[in-house]
Write a protein that binds this ligand. Structure first.
Ligand SMILES: Nc1nc(=O)c2c([nH]1)NC[C@@H]1CN(c3ccc(C(=O)N[C@@H](CCC(=O)O)C(=O)O)cc3)CN21
Ligand SMILES: CC(C)C(=O)C(=O)O
Ligand SMILES: [Mg+2]
Length: 273
């Protein structure tokens, strides 16, 4: 342990995650984009926090993940990192900051690592981005892959339907997973694909496979935290399990506050100086 790290909590590393797969312990992963939320996830014992480019939807209200910038991702990531004592922090490299240009991929990664203090980056795609992945890894930065439904290329597909249902697409996905493993990726996210195919990928590659809408036979699960807490409203895909109704809870609290202000119940004497 570094002399600068005074806490005695044992941090999750790529090595920890590899060991978890080897012994069959499932990996838990959720997104976070800010200090307060990341602190709660870390305190609960989450293994991986993803600073997802879904911040573009959830935090900024955009329709897709495409508009979010590298600067904005670094702002979210640095806020998350300041809250985390144990979890492994992975940051999505945003659209336009790595595709088709390995030098730019490396430059974006170095900015993310230097300016946020995160532990790894995530990129969408397989063979097409092999050079970028290799270049990032050559700088010593762990890379998480992302295959299946890849939201940064939504306009190429036009829909958010389940991916790799056809044999040819399934073969390409399996081959991409092998490419990512050979490049040296430490893990792969599989999004919205048939459970059978996800199982096959997980059994084929030695690195951990984390699913979102990819069934139970993978090495871990990821969800967008605002979805599973019931804060987002319209996003209700079949793969989502909602663990709370925080929107309802928060609406209720805010309505009560408004009522107390209007009725002059708040503040009372004890709440005044
Ligand atoms: N709030 C949120 N949660 C997410 O999981 C998420 C984001 N945002 N933004 C980035 C990507 C986009 N993702 C998505 C988007 C849509 C579906 C989906 O299943 N949509 C429709 C089906 C559409 C169709 O069949 O054509 C649904 O059933 O809700 C799944 C994952 C996952 N990511
Ligand atoms: C849904 C996960 C895997 C993601 O990439 C994101 O939140 O941006
Ligand atoms: Mg993403």
């Amino acid at each position: 342990m570094s002399v600068h790290q005074s806490s005695n909590i044992k941090r999750v590393t790529t090595h920890t995650l590899q060991e978890m797969k080897a012994r069959g312990e499932k990996i838990s992963m959720l997104t976070a984009y800010d200090y307060s939320m990341a602190g709660i996830l870390d305190a609960a014992g989450i293994d991986i926090i993803l600073v997802g480019d879904s911040a573009s939807n959830v935090m900024a209200g955009h329709e897709t993940t495409l508009p979010i910038t590298l600067d904005q991702m670094i702002y979210h990531a640095s806020s998350v990192v300041r809250a985390v004592k144990r979890a492994f922090v992975v940051v999505d490299i945003p659209f336009g900051s790595y595709q088709g240009n390995s030098s730019e991929a490396l430059r974006s990664t170095i900015r993310i690592m230097k300016e946020s203090g995160a532990h790894a980056v995530k990129v969408e795609g397989g063979a097409e981005i092999k050079e970028s992945v290799t270049r990032i890894l050559s700088a010593g930065v762990p890379v998480m892959g992302h295959l299946g439904l890849t939201p940064q290329s939504i306009y190429k597909f036009g829909t958010y339907t389940v991916r790799a249902k056809e044999e040819k697409e399934a073969e390409k996905l399996l081959s991409d997973a092998k490419v990512l493993e050979e490049c040296g990726c430490f893990a792969i996210v599989l999004e919205k694909i048939p459970a059978k195919l996800a199982q096959k990928v997980s059994e084929t590659v030695a690195i951990p496979v984390i699913g979102i809408g990819a069934g139970a036979y993978v090495d871990g699960q990821v969800l967008v935290v605002h979805d599973m807490l019931g804060i987002t409203q319209e996003f209700q895909p079949r793969f989502l399990r909602q663990y709370a109704d925080l929107r309802g809870t928060m609406l209720n609290a805010v309505e009560n506050y408004i009522q107390d202000v209007k009725s002059k119940d708040f503040p009372n004497e004890k709440e005044s100086y």
